[in-house]
Design a protein around this ligand. Structure first.
Ligand code: CDT
Length: 301
């Protein structure tokens, strides 16, 4: 058995006025609980350090940039890195990244047990729109504030396994998991911020949205025979509800843990990476069974 004790650290809402320092203090509290529960790796949500700011329409670039991190770690986040190293715990969290040459990405990082950043991922599938849309019940301006990620879907050797990252909307796309599956991924970690309400289809209730969350994550895990850890930022941010439902799914596609609140909540599961072998060597032995001569259309349009 090769076990990673993984903590899904769901976070409750972060209000617009909350400081990075206050959020990091909350993240450390979650990390301490994860440590007490034996975690080797803690997974936090997408844009874990701030409110989900793409719901706000902004024209002033200085205001936009105030939501971004120019360095990682930086002074506000350093205490989280320090506590993780003290606990010998790897971590994954999302943040808005502003590069030295002025690029804006929706980014996630993966650290090792000593808080060294060993992997970086930039969100590929950006949902939403670029301009203010008066027809929507709320805005979702990721296409305005971020560029599509330029790093693809790499995987990293960490904690004795092969780990990949995705971010929120990526989890709905089979290509996300398959590109990592083709690199032998054993665990995919991802964070999300998903409104409880569809801005363009009010009749779609939160139950249906939670169903699509489970469906996407369970399918990705099963079809690539890997663990998937999907972690929400949830609850009501300045009047805007985000659903919870953080999940840990095994390589059979079965949910083994699911959050029950919309607040700060830690789920810890012992994930045996060797449990990925059976699926990878039988029904999803890609080298034997895939028929790539018929898949060209996927990358040509
Ligand atoms: N953050 C994020 O990617 N959220 C999207 C909402 C889609 S609605 C425009 C998601 O796929 O969950």
């Amino acid at each position: 058995m090769r076990v990673i004790n993984v903590a899904a650290a769901q976070m409750g809402p972060i209000q617009r006025a909350d400081s990075r320092e206050a959020v990091v203090t909350r993240m450390i509290t979650l990390m301490d609980e994860a440590k007490r529960k034996g975690a080797d790796l803690i997974v936090y949500p997408e844009l874990a350090l701030t409110t989900f700011f793409p719901r706000w329409y902004m024209e002033d670039q200085a205001e936009v940039d105030s939501w971004f991190e120019r360095m990682m770690p930086n002074a506000a986040v350093q205490p989280l890195f320090d506590r993780a190293a003290q606990h010998q715990m790897a971590m994954n969290f999302g943040y808005a990244e502003l590069t030295p040459d002025g690029h804006h990405y929706n980014t996630a990082i993966l650290t090792d047990r000593s808080s060294n950043i060993v992997g970086k991922y930039r969100k590929v599938h950006l949902p939403g729109h670029e301009e203010f849309d008066p027809l929507r019940s709320h805005q979702h301006l990721e296409k305005r504030y971020f560029e599509p990620g330029d790093l693809g879907f790499p995987v990293w050797r960490n904690l004795g396994g092969i780990i990949g990252m995705a971010i929120c909307n990526d989890r709905r796309w089979p290509e996300t998991y398959r590109v990592m599956g083709l690199q032998g991924v054993e665990m995919v970690v991802l964070g999300y911020n998903t409104p409880s309400v569809n801005s363009q289809k009010q009749a779609e209730g939160v139950e249906q949205r939670l169903f699509h969350n489970r469906l996407s994550v369970q399918a990705g895990a099963y079809q690539n025979s890997c663990w998937v850890v999907a972690v929400a930022k949830a609850g009501v941010e300045d009047g805007h509800p985000l659903f919870g439902g953080s999940l840990i799914v095994n390589p059979d596609g079965v949910i083994v843990a699911e959050a029950v609140t919309e607040g700060d909540e830690v789920l810890v599961v012992a994930c045996d990476l060797d449990a990925t072998r059976f699926g990878k060597e039988t029904i999803f032995d890609f080298a034997r069974h895939r028929r790539i001569e018929h898949y060209g259309l996927i990358t040509s349009r």
